[in-house]
Design a protein around this ligand. Sequence first.
Ligand code: ASP
Ligand code: MG
Length: 470
Amino acid sequence: MIVMKFGGTSVGTGERIAGVARIAGRVLTERGTPPVVVVSAMSGVTDGLVRAATTAASGDTHTYQLIRDELALRHEQAIGDCGIDSELARGLKAEIETLLNWFENLCHSISTLGELTPRGLDAVSALGERLSARLTTAALLSQGIKAHLVEATEVIVTDNAFGAASPLIAETTAKAQEILLPLIEQGVVPVVTGFIGATVEGIPTTLGRGGSDYSATILGSCLPAREVWIWTDVDGIMTADPRIVPDARTVERISYAEVAELSYFGAKVLHPKTIEPVARRGIPVRVLNARRPDHPGTLVCANGAPEPVVKAITAIRNLSLISVEGSGMQGVPGVAGRAFMAVARSNASILMITQSSSEQNICFVVRTVDSPAVVQAVKAEFELEMLHQDIDRVASQDDVAIMAVVGAGMKGVPGIAARVFSALANVGINIISIAQGSSEYNLSLVVVQKDVDEAVRATHREFALDRIAQ
Ligand code: ASP
Ligand code: MG
């Protein structure tokens, strides 16, 4: 059986939802087994819900009402456009009305309290998937395909890390098998809300923004599925962002480890945690285009292709390079450890670390939004050392970006870094800092942000990624 997930734009209008139902129906006919369908909220809906909750918490009782009206209009229009039977449509409209009333009441309570807890935010932001899954179920039924709505709160059991919950695999496996398998055996397509789960006590949680991919691979690994298909709006995973590199191509086959590097470094194809559950069980993932269902897309599996050595190039922007400098740091144990502990205390995550062997300078990259707090925390940590001038400077260089060159085939092949460096030198781009993990799957370079698009293009050209058969 296949678990397949449709992203926000793939369910973004009534017509698109009808298309989703057609794809699911086709898979059912071709394979004889219903797929499990996981849906995101309609594109932009989760952003609106988050805005409703946060504005309500600041005492604004107007914005959430506007958002309610927008949601009502958008979903009502979609019902009209996705070819739902009139009787089903009536019931669906009433159900949507009930959910929107509940949403309005919840926002009202948040505004009265003047406080938004992570738990409250999860309850509000989960609404988008609850709406889109109802529409998708009705669209399937209207096309004569047996379907049944499944709230993921009944199936995906998580810890209570609201806003970024992790699944409890044993509990989720038991529920998934108990609830989803009987439906499949009866030829019914289960339509599951993405992004959402619930604690053991049944309190709703979310898996983090963009988490519907993760929902699909969690379910795929718990059932287990033969494959997980992630339907997006591009032809699979690309060698680079086609908006930056117009001649970017689809990567035909890529390994779990390579994809993990890519999504970590800003390629928005998959939520970074997506690969974890399927990689554990060796379940292949396909990234497909819902607008062009016949395009083969990208296959993600345990063994990627050895060629080409560089698979894809990605960039992550709006970063700051923090440097801790001083001649007194040399040979003193614990400086790096203390610096990173200070960063951890400021709740920022580090994207990349470099230290030259002279030990007079440690650099690391954080997001620019985190930079002021990080600098403050590191300065506080080294107050004494700065007083004694063992550490001269803790500084932040803003407006930098990381370009990550990813490919397992880079391992053990000499000269890859040299080719990247000369490609950048040839177009006059200065490299500020470099890091390569010992896995050799990823070569990361820090450049000033305004250079990063050109750096990606130059590297893409150097490795002929527009031409090489992937
Ligand atoms: N709707 C959620 C979000 O926008 C989850 C998803 O789209 O995957 O973050
Ligand atoms: Mg999404």
